[in-house]
Design a protein. Structure first.
Length: 364
């Protein structure tokens, strides 16, 4: 029988968006590493290497290539923190299948952002690091930007609690539930909320709260979240451990084999990506400068996430050392201008996101 690791062929990513990178990325990374060492979000040298190896400065520098240096640094610090917290408190560690304990920790984490001086952070470096981020954010960002980030952070923690609850029950969610959960658990809401802060441009409420802008935002971050599912799936196969992932959802609930599940997942992802591009084009002509920057950086984020993930040790270190040239091709940065599925309407199997497509006809 063919090893599933051999049958999983990383597809090209439909993304007709050019890559971009902040010109001060090296300086931002150097300052971010100094901050990591100051706040101590690691227990030993191996864990430190893993945190730094997330390449989070590069990650966000691809999202906001024209951002303000200090603001992009702040965003990168949160991304480093987010990956470290995810590894120790969410994906792995003693809380990864204990929703009751995770919710308690998540409540404290969230309160540190909401009221920086109301929680004792002395005994927990993760709380202390987030406290530092929150204080700096209040210096660099507007009150509206801070509130939007806090709300987005809460949505992320809520979805992660859902994910951990599924894991505790050994439950694989159905497709529609998974998409709803993944929309939050991928961390896209706080990451995209950082775009305004990174660029120093506050989008007016009348635009940011508009349903069409919300649909474009959700479509962009879910595209990136599904891309991460594809990137992580091969790593999980190498580790002989796969969990809640779009591929496994389709295998479990639709009865697909691995290849069919991969094709279905990529097709769904490509339909969502096309929708984002249509909504972006629809919104741009009447957008304020701040909204124009935000929408453009949503797309930069999709492309930047692809390019970052194809290089970052988080997704590539599990490749066996004896891997051949064909194996290396699985990780070759490649994008295509042609979607694998160009169906225009919403996917019938995912009613929770069908309203996004309604916004194509009901703009402003």
């Amino acid at each position: 029988m063919t090893d599933p690791r051999e049958r999983f062929q990383m597809p090209p990513f439909y993304c007709p968006i050019e890559p971009a990178l902040h010109p001060e990325v090296d300086m931002i990374e150097k300052r971010a590493i100094a901050w990591i060492d100051k706040v101590g979000i690691y227990d030993d040298e191996a864990q430190r290497s893993r945190v730094i190896g997330t390449n989070s400065a590069e990650f966000f520098s691809r999202f906001a290539p024209g951002g303000i240096d200090d603001n992009v640094l702040l965003a990168a610090q949160w991304v480093y923190w987010g990956f470290a917290f995810d590894d120790v408190r969410c994906d792995r560690g003693p809380l990864s299948d204990r929703p009751d304990r995770f919710v308690q920790v998540a409540g404290r984490v969230q309160r540190v952002l909401e009221a920086p001086h109301s929680v004792d952070t002395a005994e927990d470096p993760y709380l202390g690091a987030l406290h530092d981020i929150g204080l700096t954010m209040r210096e660099l960002a507007t009150p509206t930007q801070v509130r939007r980030f806090i709300d987005a952070h809460r949505a992320w923690l809520h979805a992660v609690a859902w994910q951990i609850g599924n894991q505790a029950r050994n439950e694989m969610p159905g497709l529609d539930d998974y998409i709803t959960m993944r929309l939050g658990s991928c961390g896209g809401f706080p990451t995209m909320a950082l775009l305004e802060i990174g660029n120093g441009a506050e989008v007016p409420d009348s635009e940011m709260d508009h349903p069409t802008v919300r649909a474009a935002t959700e479509a962009a971050l879910l595209t990136a979240g599904l891309d991460n599912d594809l990137h992580s799936y091969r790593r999980e196969l190498q580790q002989q451990h796969t969990d809640q992932n779009i591929i496994n959802v389709l295998i479990r609930h639709e009865g697909h084999d691995l290849q069919r599940a991969l094709l279905e997942a990529v097709g769904l992802r490509d339909r969502i990506m096309q929708l984002y591009l249509r909504l972006h084009a629809q919104l741009l002509p009447q957008a304020s400068d701040a909204l124009r920057t935000y929408l453009t950086c949503l797309g930069r984020g999709i492309r930047g996430n692809i390019d970052w993930a194809l290089r970052v040790p988080r997704y590539t270190d599990s490749t066996p050392p004896e891997a051949s040239a064909p194996e290396a091709q699985h990780r070759r940065p490649t994008c295509t201008d042609t979607p694998s599925d160009d169906t225009a309407g919403p996917p019938s199997a995912v009613p929770s996101i069908a309203w996004w497509w309604d916004r194509v006809q009901h703009h402003r």
